[in-house]
Design a protein around this ligand. Structure first.
Ligand SMILES: Nc1nc2c(ncn2[C@@H]2O[C@H](COP(=O)(O)OP(=O)(O)OP(=O)(O)O)[C@@H](O)[C@H]2O)c(=O)[nH]1
Ligand SMILES: [Mg+2]
Length: 178
């Protein structure tokens, strides 16, 4: 009866609500991804995020409540204040930022050790695939040492600037979170 009722509520009000964090180093493209998903026609140039942006996306029958946090080094220690009740982590990487790939790896693996996120689904976005010198998805995956992860995860290539790969990536996420 309870399940039936919640199914009815979902069908009327538009789906289960799930919380997801968007993390990654500064300049990776997190905010651009979020607003491109909200409005594919968006050409907005975003200033670095100080604090967070919170938006709800409708994807694959889910209401995905996205918490896009600022990625600057001085802000990263505050990320953990937002870990509570998050069911997914989108970790965004600038695929052409080879110099900071190691820093990105460290930040990602430190997040993955957080008990509050132990059940979170992980979607790594190898963003800025349009940039010259961008590492391939396989290369980003190698550098971030993703292959041994003991949880539901994937890595996908995107270009937030061109709006490429985003729908597919969020569809994968919705599929895992249903
Ligand atoms: N070439 C290219 N540029 C991108 C892409 N995605 C984002 N950018 C650019 O990268 C810069 C940073 O984008 P943001 O979305 O603000 O990055 P962020 O990860 O939110 O950065 P913080 O808020 O500082 O953590 C902007 O100039 C974007 O236009 C992409 O796929 N390709
Ligand atoms: Mg931002």
């Amino acid at each position: 009866m309870g399940q039936l009722f919640s199914r009815l509520i979902r069908s009327v009000f538009g789906g289960k609500e799930v919380r997801a964090l968007i993390l990654g180093l500064d300049n990776a493209g997190k905010t651009t991804i979020l607003y491109k998903m909200l409005d594919p026609g968006s050409q907005l140039e975003h200033t670095p995020t100080v604090g967070f942006n919170l938006e709800t996306l409708q994807v694959g029958g889910l209401k995905l409540q996205c918490w896009d946090l600022g990625g600057q080094e001085s802000i990263r220690p505050f990320w953990r204040s937002y870990f509570f009740h998050q069911e997914a982590v989108l970790f965004v990487v600038d695929s052409a930022d080879t110099e900071r790939m190691e820093v990105a790896r460290q930040e990602l693996h430190s997040i993955l050790q957080e008990p509050e996120l132990e059940n979170a689904v992980v979607l790594v976005l190898a963003n800025k695939q349009d940039r010259e010198g961008a590492r391939s998805v396989a290369d980003v995956s190698d550098h971030l040492r993703l292959s041994g992860l003991q949880r539901t995860w994937t890595v996908m290539g995107t270009s937030a600037l061109k709006g490429e790969g985003l729908r597919e990536a969020f569809a994968w996420l919705a599929q895992q979170l249903k």
